[in-house]
Design a protein around this ligand. Sequence first.
Ligand SMILES: [Zn+2]
Length: 429
Amino acid sequence: MTTYLIRGARPYGGEAADILLEDGRIAAIGRQLPATGAEVVEAGGLVALPGLVDLHTHLREPGREDAETVETGSRAAARGGFTAVHAMANTDPVADTAGVVEQVWRLGQEAGLVDVVPVGAVTVGLKGERLAELGAMADSAARVRVFSDDGHCVADPALMRRALEYVKAFDGVVAQHAEEPRLTVGAQMHEGDRSARLGLTGWPAAAEEAIIARDVLLAGHVGARLHVCHVSTAGSVEILRWAKSRGVQVTAEVTPHHLLLTDACAESYDPVFKVNPPLRTDADVEALRAGLADGTIDAVATDHAPHAVEDKESEWAQARPGMLGLEQALSVVVETMVETGLLDWAGVADRMSVRPAAIGRLQKHGRPLAEGEPANLLLLDPATRASVDPAASASRSRNSPYAGRELPGRVVATFLRGTPTVLDGKATR
Ligand SMILES: [Zn+2]
């Protein structure tokens, strides 16, 4: 196994140091380390961070390999600085059995670019009718700890309560896609002045907030862990803040696109901006950034949702919701949180690596950059600004909402257990 000496990187944006990677671990961090036998990676001026962990990735395999595969999605993840991603369960077949989660887990191992951590469905076929084999998935080789019907809300409160109670047995967490379905029938975009003017059916903030309010009460009542996917409204942040102040075991994530984009994007009628939950208002964006900064929102999660061209390049009403996110997630966080002074680099590491790893109960990720720790890390050039070109994406899909937008920060290298998955900005395999 090749030994790497990273020369002159700035761990967490601090003082320059050399980082020696040996046998999958960080063997040493210090000034002027000898390069004896090691391959040298010149990293002057680059920020070193722990490898990012995504709680919310759609890899589309099995079932929609025309949109993404475990391998292509893993490559996009590595290029974005990720070393672990949670693969959502809404595949075809649905990841609701030990067999399917083990298949996804194995495909991730074979690709070898990031650790692919399968999410198990909460209910059979994501139908919201009866619980899936949660225990069997937890005991499988994939060791599932995060369960979600993402794409669908577990709308039945009794079923949600039973899921929360069940996952306590193996320290699991239910990740809820908070959307009261009766309030979003036919919804196309955020419900407000713009939806009225554009003549598109609205998705009211209350449909998200009502489910979060219900679920934090349930989680508090049964003493279970709840995670809220892609929080998108100011009201949701307030409910989470209240629940945390009461000691409820609730965590939450926000997507890069909800930190940057607003419902003004819908004015273009370009379906690349159609997403669920929808892009919200300036006031919501401001509240989400503040909530992420003060820790009310624990993590940034991409909700990377690749779609084949025919599913996305159609009229707004027919287009599937969802957008790419893995490759630009860190850049968007740099723009919205670092350059605005809301988070420092340690804060970025916390929200994009440490806390998501803790929520997913991943032992080997989200670890500090320190001697003896697993060598999962990335090197970022924070100063470079470049225009996003979807054609250059490692994803099989092209539905990037950032096409043509200039964003700061370039991931120069990613290391998974001491082996580079990205070098000079390019995937190594
Ligand atoms: Zn969702």
